[in-house]
Design a protein around this ligand. Sequence first.
Ligand code: ATP
Length: 247
Amino acid sequence: MAERIEWQLLDTVDSTNAQLLKQLSMKEPRALACVAEQQLAGKGRRGREWVSPYGQNIYLSLALPFSGGAQKLEGLSLLVGLVLVETLESCGFRNCALKWPNDVLLGGRKLAGILIELAGDLTSDCVAVIGVGINVLMNDAAAAIDQAWTSLLLSRQDGTLNRNLLIAEFIRRLFEAVAVFREAGFAPFVEEWQRHDAWYGQPVVVRTGAVITEGVERGVDQRGALRLDVAEGQVLLNGGEVSLRLS
Ligand code: ATP
């Protein structure tokens, strides 16, 4: 899909998602992108923080208009994770996997996070602001992260990576995938997603607010909901409030 993107390249920003959300025009929706060297208030899901020190990481947001309302976007965040894993593989990082709904792991440790925020009319024309944080080379500021994490250059012997090429390849692949997604939703990507599923078949614990469910992870359905085998049968879980851990 030939789509024009309006770019902003920033040094420091509160958050690349917040920057694009401030600038959206619902009257003339268009593709916007923002990259920064540092985020002072990087966002994760549910108000959590994305630790975003200055240096060589990637903080990227892309605003894409969609029609058909929020329900047509089910599975989009899984799709973005899948495209990111495939992009990283194409750059030679073979050990990447997905943790539902959209964390990217490298060697079992968290490498990248994705946050999608919606704006506009969620029943018709809306804009998805897709935020992606990728650890390329982390410094000590990251000591505050409360789970196992890694960064790309820790696993590359020559210690180099062209961030611009990685971003360009990611966006090229994302536009291709989104063109399919606009027509057919997440269904065509289920098999590919499951091929990269880090915890398929493993016992997991799922926290939904205060409720804890234990089960065996069985991949995703056509809308991107997580399939979990529990004592009573199979349940489906949706992304919003849910957190997944190995048991
Ligand atoms: P969960 O891991 O429970 O699914 P989540 O998907 O809601 O959480 P995200 O929103 O993707 O998490 O990311 C926020 C979390 O990721 C933080 O709470 C922290 O544990 C971890 N984190 C924050 N910054 C980084 C970073 N730069 N690299 C790796 N992990 C990070």
